[in-house]
Ligand binder design. Structure first.
Ligand code: HEM
Length: 450
């Protein structure tokens, strides 16, 4: 038998399923890109972790919007700005792998989650999972969420406490009911603990699962949750529950087949992570910004009371009426994005910003930098929901004018729609005018950011 003489780096770390990952390219392959290799061994990792925003600002100021750094074990190229975001996120040429971009960060904890899949497999699983996000189940989740949020906020009333730990606990508890269909209690506590350990591990500095490290606890947490979900799948397939887990257990692919138990387990683990951490972070940011801008607290409060009486909760069907709230939430996402940078791996050579970037390169885009670019946001630090929302909806940051506009049907349609926006002054009216344009932005990968 012919044994391979070398085992590729991805297989050694993440197992045979990653054998198709591209081999690392030689360090010299990126010599022609301006940048910085940082200090010996650690490269630019510490500088980047210590002050991510300052690091990017410095690198762009010194090297331009395409720069090389050496963080987290190897050289990579960052592409910053809206054109880069468009190139990578739309990925019309199918150049970029999300699996091989996120994999080195998440594969020990959340392998085969939707974001760690590419192309046809990604399309097929995303379609199968979409049943869990249809209006009827969404209405049910909204009801379950409203109930949980209402009773917790009642308990918070009149007390003073730290917001982040409290909302983190609440989102975990809500995940138990709406994601898993189990009541709050000791079972949910055990699941929450395993889950928090996994999330902590995903941002830990030590990337191997050694005892007493965050990664060690994360990998143990994963094992617990894999066993837990695996045991429950047959029971859920026989039940009619309306939680996400049960919906996914019932989901069938294009051939009418259920997803495999392993696939359900992997999707559930990933979905819980994708939903929990981002929501916890973004609600905290919004509440912090509202605390600093009490006039906006009043506006949002008035808007909510106009939609539903105090204490009743806003039903799924009325969510669309919370226009100012949506603007304020998106402005919080702009100022403090929960996913500040997005990694990919180039599967083929490509050109960007005048540089040739070879296949195999780790490529990163940087929404948090884009959200602060003075070219697009005249006063980028200012919390200005309607102003920012209009720009976002106008697509200026996703669809900057460019020479080959004509070849992009999305842009053409968007511009045609925007041509009808006559008077953007009264916020709410303008927002309604712009709504059709939003539909065109539905290509973002996150199913909830639509
Ligand atoms: C404010 C809250 C959220 C933010 C800021 C956010 C952000 C993102 C971003 C930036 C991505 C794309 C990453 C990439 O392309 O590499 C993503 C993907 C994803 N998110 Fe979210 N997310 C949020 C809430 C949620 C929630 C609540 C869920 C589930 C209920 C969710 C499920 C997912 C899934 C499944 C993906 C992968 C989609 C795919 O690859 O097809 N997210 N999210």
């Amino acid at each position: 038998m012919n044994a391979p003489t070398t085992i590729e780096w991805s297989e050694r770390r993440f197992g045979p399923e990653t054998a198709h990952w591209m081999p690392r390219n030689a360090e010299t392959a990126l010599d022609h890109i301006p940048g910085d290799d940082g200090i010996p061994v650690l490269g630019t990792t510490l500088a980047q972790l210590k002050d991510p925003v300052g690091f990017t600002n410095r690198m762009v100021a010194q090297h331009g919007k395409v720069y090389r750094a050496k963080s987290f074990g190897g050289r990579g190229v960052s592409l910053v700005g809206p054109e880069a975001n468009e190139l990578v996120l739309f990925d019309r040429e199918k150049i970029f792998s999300s699996e091989q971009g996120w994999g080195p960060v998440l594969n020990l904890l959340f392998p085969r989650g939707l974001m760690l899949m590419d192309f046809e497999k990604h399309r097929a699983d995303r379609k199968t999972l979409s049943v869990a996000f249809k209006p009827e189940p969404m209405r049910h989740y909204a009801g379950a969420l409203n109930e949980g949020i209402g009773s917790r906020i009642g308990a918070w009333s009149g007390k003073s406490f730290k917001f982040y730990p409290a909302i983190k606990q609440l989102t975990l508890d809500l995940a138990a009911t709406s994601f898993l269909g189990i009541p709050w209690g000791p079972e949910a506590e055990r699941i929450n603990k395993a889950f928090v350990d996994m999330v902590q591990a995903s941002i830990g500095i030590i990337r191997v699962p050694m005892p007493f490290t965050a990664m060690g606890r994360g990998v143990a947490g994963r094992k617990f949750l894999v066993d837990y979900f695996t045991r429950l799948v047959p029971e859920r397939r026989a039940s009619e529950g309306e939680d996400i887990f049960t919906q996914i257990c019932h989901a069938k692919d294009d051939d009418g087949e259920y997803l495999s138990v392993e696939a359900i387990v992997d999707h559930m683990n990933f979905l819980m992570m994708a939903a929990h951490d981002t929501i916890t972070s973004s609600i905290t940011s919004l509440v912090w910004l509202l605390a600093r801008h009490p006039e906006w607290q009043d506006r949002l409060r008035d808007e909510m009371l106009a939609v539903a009486p105090a204490g009743e909760g806003v039903g799924h069907n009325s969510l669309g009426e919370l226009e100012l709230t949506e603007m304020a939430f998106k402005e919080a996402l702009r100022l403090i994005p929960p996913v500040p940078a997005i990694p990919r791996r180039a599967l083929r050579d490509f050109e960007f910003g005048g540089y040739h970037i070879p296949a195999g390169t780790n490529v990163g885009i940087n929404p948090s930098y884009t959200h602060m670019m003075a070219e697009y946001w005249p006063d980028p630090e200012r919390f200005d929901p309607p102003g920012a929302a209009l720009r976002l909806y106008a697509g200026e940051n996703l669809f900057p004018p460019c020479a080959d506009d004509a070849s992009h049907p999305d842009r053409r349609r968007l511009r045609a729609r925007l041509a009808h926006v006559a008077d953007p002054a009264p916020e709410r009216r303008a927002h309604r005018h712009l709504r059709p344009a939003l539909i065109l932005l539905r290509r973002a990968r996150c199913p909830t950011l639509r």
